[in-house]
Design a protein around this ligand. Structure first.
Ligand code: CMC
Length: 433
C-alpha cells in the first residue's frame, strides 16, 4: 500500500503487560493484521491475531476493479457509476473495462469482441460430457462440472504466469459460458444443440442458442436482447463477495483459471449468494398471492424464514442494481406481459420498507429480488437463474483473478484458526474405549 501516510498511526496499550505499540494506519482506516503479531505477553507467545468469521471486517486484498459504497448505495466499475454503464454501455464493452481498466476505443472494442466471438464454440467432446447428465440435472451442477472439465481441454492454462496464456483463457471463458449454459438448457429439454451464431451480439447469440427451434430465422426481440445485456452489466462484478473470494483463494494456489472458476461458481450456487434469484422465485411462487403475505411475513419476523432477495453484507441502503432492474422489468413486461408474481414482490417490498424488523436491520431489496421475475417472463426456467448470474460474473471473477495473479503482495491464501479442541492425548485401542 504505497499511498499510506507514515504519520498516521494507532496507539495500542496492552493491558496485560502495560506495553505500548504504534501501528501504522494505511489508507485512512486500515491496520496490517501482521502488525498485531508484535503484541505478545512473552517471547514464546505466538502474538495477537484478529478473529473474523465470515471476513466481516477483513480486507483480503487491495483492488482497483470495483468499488461499492454500501452506506450510500453506490456501485462503480473502474470509477464509472453502474447507472451510466447500464444506460449507455454494452456488456462486452463493460467486460473490456473491468478486465483492462479503461473503456476501449472503437478499434480496441472491435478487437475484443472479435477475440471473444472467435472462442464461442466448445470442443465436440463437451457434448458427450453433457449427455452423461440426467435429463433433470440442475443447470448449475452441470455448469460447474463443465467449466472444471474445460481445464483438461486447455492444459496450457496452468501457466498462470504467462500473460498471453491468461488472456487466451479469459477470452475462452467469457465466450464459452453462454454456449455451455445453452447446452445445459437444451439437454434438460431434450432439444438438439444449437451452435453459436457469431454474427449475433453476445446476448442475441445466447438467446438464439437457447430458444431457436427449427429454421435459422430466429431473432430475439430487441427489447429482451437489450434487457439481458443490461442484466449482464449489472451482474458483471461486485468486488470481494463470496464467489470472488473463492476465485481469489483458489487462484492463490496458482490453480488454472478454469478450476478456480469452477470453485467460484460453486460458491455462487448457494441460496445466500447467486442462488438467491432462484430462491426468490420459489418463495414468490409459494406465497402465490398478496393475501398470503401477512402469514409469510410473520414467519420472517419470528426468524423462521428469510425474505429472499433482501439484505446484503455491504449495502445498508437500496441496492442500486435493484433500482435499475425494477425499471428494466417494466420494459420487459411491456413485451412479454406482466409477471403475475410482480404484485406479490411489490407488496412484499412495500411492507418490508416500512416494518421495524427490516428497517432496523437495514434490509433492502438486493439485485436478486426482481431479476427472477424478468428471467421468468423471458422464458428462462428457474434452475437457469443462477447460471444467468454466473455468465456475466465470469468477467468479474477473471478481472479479479488477473489482478490477484499480478499482485506482488498476494501469497497463498491460508488463514489462521483459534484452536478450541482437545489437549494432546494418547491413542486408546478400540477394545479399551
Ligand atoms: N430476511 C430476514 N432477515 C434477514 C435477512 C433476510 N433476507 N437478511 C438478514 N436478516 C437479518 C438476520 O436474521 C440478522 O438478524 P439478527 O440481527 O436479529 O440476528 C440480521 O438481519 C443480519 O443478517 P446477517 O445474516 O448477519 O447478515 P449477513 O451480512 O451475514 O448476510 C445476506 C447477508 C445477503 C447473506 C443475508 O442478508 C441474506 O441471507 N439475504 C437473503 C439471501 C439473498 O437475498 N442473497 C443475495 C445477496 S445479493 C446477491 C449476491 O451478491 O450474492
Amino acid at each position: 500500500m504505497p499511498e499510506n501516510s507514515p504519520r498516521s498511526t494507532l496507539s495500542v496499550t496492552d493491558n496485560r503487560t502495560g506495553r505500548q505499540y504504534e501501528l501504522d494506519v494505511l489508507d485512512g482506516n486500515v491496520v496490517r493484521a501482521m502488525d498485531l503479531r508484535q503484541i505478545k505477553v512473552s517471547d514464546g507467545d505466538f502474538g495477537m491475531m484478529a478473529y473474523d468469521p465470515g471476513f466481516t471486517n477483513t480486507a483480503f486484498t487491495t483492488s482497483r476493479v470495483t468499488d461499492v459504497d454500501g452506506g450510500r448505495g453506490v456501485l462503480e466499475y473502474r470509477g464509472y457509476p453502474i447507472e451510466q454503464l447500464a444506460e449507455r454501455s454494452t456488456f462486452l464493452e463493460v467486460a473490456y473495462l473491468l478486465l483492462k481498466g479503461e473503456l476501449p476505443t472503437q478499434a480496441q472494442l472491435d478487437g475484443f469482441v472479435r477475440g471473444v466471438t472467435f472462442h464461442t464454440y466448445v470442443h465436440e467432446n463437451v457434448l458427450t460430457l453433457i449427455k452423461g447428465f440426467r435429463y433433470d440435472a440442475h443447470a448449475m451442477g452441470m455448469m460447474i462440472s463443465l467449466v472444471a472439465a474445460l481445464s483438461t481441454f486447455y492444459p496450457e492454462a496452468k501457466d498462470v504466469d504467462d500473460a498471453d496464456s491468461r488472456a487466451a483463457q479469459i477470452n475462452r471463458l467469457v465466450a464459452k459460458m453462454p454456449t455451455l449454459a445453452a447446452l445445459t438448457y437444451r439437454h434438460h429439454r431434450g432439444l438438439p444443440y444449437i451452435y453459436p451464431e457469431n454474427e449475433l451480439s453476445y446476448p442475441a447469440n445466447f438467446l438464439n442458442m437457447l430458444f431457436r427451434i427449427g429454421g435459422r430465422d430466429y431473432r430475439p426481440n430487441p427489447v429482451l436482447e437489450r434487457a439481458l445485456d443490461v442484466l449482464f452489466i449489472l451482474h458483471a462484478d461486485h468486488e470481494q463477495n463470496c464467489s470472488t473470494t473463492a476465485m481469489r483463494v483458489i487462484g492463490s494456489s496458482r490453480a488454472d483459471p478454469f478450476s478456480a472458476m469452477a470453485g467460484a461458481m460453486a460458491a455462487l450456487y448457494g441460496p445466500l449468494h447467486g442462488g438467491a434469484n432462484e430462491a426468490v422465485l420459489r418463495m414468490l411462487s409459494e406465497i402465490g398471492h398478496t393475501g398470503n403475505i401477512p402469514a409469510f411475513m410473520e414467519s420472517v419476523r419470528k426468524g423462521e424464514r428469510r425474505l429472499m432477495g433482501f439484505g446484503h453484507r455491504v449495502y445498508k441502503a437500496y441496492d442500486p442494481r435493484a433500482s435499475i432492474i425494477k425499471r428494466t422489468a417494466e420494459d420487459v413486461f411491456a413485451v412479454t406481459g406482466r409477471n403475475p408474481l410482480l404484485d406479490v414482490a411489490l407488496e412484499l417490498e412495500k411492507i418490508a420498507l416500512q416494518e421495524e424488523y427490516f428497517v432496523k436491520r437495514h434490509l433492502y431489496p438486493n439485485v436478486d429480488f426482481y431479476s427472477g421475475l424478468i428471467y421468468q417472463a423471458m422464458g428462462f426456467p428457474v434452475e437457469l437463474f443462477p447460471v444467468l448470474f454466473a455468465i456475466p460474473r465470469t468477467v468479474g471473477w477473471l478481472a479479479q483473478w488477473e489482478e490477484m495473479v499480478q499482485d506482488p503482495e498476494q501469497r497463498i491464501a491460508r488463514p489462521r484458526q483459534v484452536f478450541k479442541g482437545c489437549e494432546p492425548r494418547d491413542y486408546v485401542p478400540v477394545e479399551s474405549r
